[in-house]
Design a protein around this ligand. Structure first.
Ligand SMILES: NC(=O)c1ccc[n+]([C@@H]2O[C@H](COP(=O)([O-])OP(=O)(O)OC[C@H]3O[C@@H](n4cnc5c(N)ncnc54)[C@H](OP(=O)(O)O)[C@@H]3O)[C@@H](O)[C@H]2O)c1
Length: 332
């Protein structure tokens, strides 16, 4: 089969397109899928570079999010048959993450456990379903299960143009929040406003911009600042994010694209009673809820572009280069 393969860590440039890579063989408890679409996540950039503490069995086919059609069913798999349209929960019950611990979706065919399969409802395309698990699933958990965002709250989203970020924007608007998005580029801010954002600001001195808009956070009156900052960027954005929050405000995080060990200032945590709430991954319920939202028209995932498998490396590079608004999809 055709596949995009990482043989050794280093950089995204190490990804190679292979026109005749080994086909997956069906095994006990597993199915083989014909991949309909896979989506790229920043995680794929980290996998190419190599992450401290994570030993990837190389060579590996990247691509955590897979949607497709069942073509072969192994012994011991109940409830699934050839022709079923399915979304794969990227967490394999024994091995870990697709595209990291076992081959992922950047190929024509892919092996998945029967326990990972979720039926795709009518009206949801492979591209839309493949947009969901890692980015939208985590955003759903972060905003609702752990973040408890509520109507009327002011929510600042850093990195709003990416996969997780655009979903946070959609969910915050759905919940009735006032949303401020931050980006490095004016064209991204313009597009995010088209997608529903109320205000757009640049990163440079963003906390001062928040103070201009809502007042400087006041520890006695509880006035000023925003209720929630969504920060999966880390790095230099961490302390300014704390300074943007009102007393009792929540910082929601699920990652650290720009650095996981930023300088911090714990005075803000106690003085302003800040809550720092981490989120990691998603549940099957998050994914089912998101697919229902698409099927009934409440949610339309932001898809930046759809590329063929031959351009798999370019697809990952687009994320690394921050040249994205929403999700990049690869379709074999
Ligand atoms: N824990 C979990 O389960 C989980 C799940 C999903 C994602 N994550 C993490 O969440 C983060 C976002 O993932 P994603 O897939 O949404 O990524 P993405 O689509 O590439 O979006 C990230 C956005 O962050 C902004 N950004 C700010 N500083 C950046 C930098 N130094 N390098 C690159 N982008 C930067 C970019 O927007 P501007 O150019 O507009 O600034 C970019 O669009 C990643 O760190 C990822 O590992 C964690």
């Amino acid at each position: 089969m055709k596949a995009v393969v990482l043989h050794q860590h280093g950089s995204v440039d190490n990804l190679t397109f292979e026109p005749s890579y080994r086909d997956p063989q069906v095994t006990e408890g597993h199915v083989v899928l014909k991949v309909g679409a896979t989506s790229i996540n920043y995680h794929d950039v980290f996998t190419c570079r190599g992450m401290p503490g994570i030993k990837v069995p190389l060579p590996i086919i990247p691509g955590l999010d897979v949607a497709g059609e069942v073509v072969e069913v192994g012994p011991g798999v109940d409830g699934w048959k050839a022709g079923d349209r399915v979304l794969v929960n990227p967490i394999h019950p024994q091995k870990g993450l697709m595209g990291e611990m076992l081959d992922g979706g950047m190929a024509e065919y892919c092996l998945a456990s029967g326990k990972q399969l979720i039926r795709i409802p009518e009206g949801v395309t492979f591209e839309q379903a493949a947009s969901l698990p890692v980015a939208y699933g985590t955003a759903h958990r972060m905003m609702f299960t752990n973040g408890h965002i509520k109507a009327g709250e002011k929510v600042l989203i850093l990195g709003a143009s990416g996969g997780v970020g655009t979903c946070c924007l959609f969910l915050a608007k759905m919940a009735g929040c006032e949303v401020i998005v931050a980006s490095q580029a004016q064209d991204k801010l313009d597009k995010l406003k088209d997608l529903g954002a109320d205000h757009g600001i640049f990163y440079d001195g963003f906390e001062k911009k928040i103070w201009e808009m809502y007042g400087k956070p006041h520890r006695r009156t509880f006035d000023g600042g925003v209720d929630v900052v969504v920060n999966f960027t880390g790095g230099d954005s961490w302390v300014p994010s704390m300074r943007s929050l009102k007393r009792g405000g929540r910082m929601l995080t699920c990652g650290a694209t720009a650095g996981y060990d930023p300088k911090t200032d714990i005075r803000f945590i106690w003085t302003f009673e800040l809550k720092i709430l981490g989120s990691n991954s998603w549940t099957v319920q998050d994914l089912e809820t998101l697919m229902e939202m698409i099927a009934d028209g409440r949610l339309t995932p932001a898809i930046d572009r759809v590329l063929p498998l031959e351009q798999g490396r370019e697809a990952v590079k687009i994320l690394e280069d921050r040249a994205v608004l929403g999700k990049v999809i690869v379709r074999p």
